[in-house]
Design a protein around this ligand. Structure first.
Ligand code: NDP
Length: 296
């Protein structure tokens, strides 16, 4: 039976590091890192994420600025808000909660953010930097996955990493990060043939599809390390639901070296990495060297 990778504990340790960094840059340099989170509309899940990001930010000693805009906000009104945040010296990081209402073009909005304040790492400049091996902002979820993998495996050179999912948010940047670690990377998606067979070849399996328990125990290689990014709510009865990942956890655990649970795996790391990216952004913008930045 494989180990459970305790994302909550790793995330708490990372948040502690960030907190130390925040204290240091405040006391030595007089800089207080600030994160602006912009939510358009009132999607209940997004409201929960935004509230939790604000709370964690304040707990790490950072300033959190929350902006709730109505669902009928136009693209140009949203971009105007971002332009205002780009100029605001108190704001070091800007996060626009996704998904956006359908009438707004996500790419136009993301690319309106100053790349140095793009703590989600989704601006075309930052994705380009990641793809070409240059320093930039790395998307929080794949960064969190990489930190967990490094804790479990250390050196990943030569390992076969299979990523199921190719979104701009998770799958593609995860592939870039694992390439940078000298893994041999296979990226799968909804058109992939023989998905089970490919997954069975994975030393490292990252699942990010949003399909509840798509990956069964039989798809997992013995001794693999499995990172389950998926968050899916399934109905158990009329009034009971449960969160599960993209991997059938109990079955897979019989075979793996280690696996992340859902909840309590990747999710907490995503928020901790958002804080780490905000600290990094504050340091870059103020030309400060800090020992408490993630060195990855
Ligand atoms: P997207 O919907 O943007 O992407 C899903 C990807 O999975 C697509 O590339 C899609 O393929 C692929 N896919 C879907 N079904 C299958 C299938 N049957 N077989 C193979 N591939 C498939 O999702 P995200 O990347 O944004 O998120 C994925 C999951 O991760 C969701 O559950 C989301 O809630 C969760 N998530 C969790 C986070 C956390 O902090 N823990 C953060 C971000 C996301 P194609 O491209 O061909 O359509």
């Amino acid at each position: 039976m494989g180990n459970i990778i305790d994302g909550k504990a790793y995330a708490a340790a990372l948040r502690e590091e960030v907190k130390k960094g925040v204290q240091e840059i405040r006391s030595v340099h007089g800089v207080s890192p600030g994160l602006a989170v912009i939510l358009v509309g009132n999607d209940p899940a997004s409201e929960v994420y935004v509230a939790s990001k604000g709370k964690m930010c304040r707990e790490a000693g950072m300033e959190a600025f929350d902006f709730r805009l109505p669902a009928d906000t136009t693209e140009s009104q949203l971009i105007a808000k971002i332009t205002e945040m780009n100029k605001d010296k108190k704001v070091n990081g800007i996060l626009v909660q996704l998904p956006l209402p359908k009438h707004i073009h996500e790419n136009a909005v993301i690319n309106a953010i100053d790349p140095q304040k793009d703590v989600d790492g989704l601006h075309t400049i930052n994705t380009g930097r990641l793809a070409t091996g240059q320093e930039g902002m790395i998307p929080c979820t794949p960064l969190g996955c990489l930190i967990l993998l490094k804790h479990v495996l250390g050196d990943m050179s030569g390992k076969h990493a299979v990523i199921v999912g190719r979104s701009n948010l998770v799958g593609k940047p995860m592939a870039q990060l694992l390439l940078r670690e000298n893994c041999t990377v296979t990226v799968c998606h909804s058109h992939t043939k023989n998905l089970a067979e490919i997954c069975r070849q994975a030393d490292i399996l990252v699942a990010a599809t949003g399909k509840a328990e798509l990956i069964t125990g039989e798809w997992v290689k013995n001794d693999a390390v499995v990172i389950d990014v998926g968050i899916n709510r399934i109905r158990l009865s009329d009034d009971t639901t449960k969160l599960v990942g993209d991997v059938a956890f109990a079955e897979a655990r019989q075979r793996v070296k280690a696996i992340t649970p859902v909840p309590g795996g990747v999710g907490p790391m995503t928020i901790a990495c958002l804080l780490a990216n905000t600290l990094k952004a504050a340091c870059l913008q103020n030309k400060i060297q800090s020992n408490n930045l993630i060195n990855i």
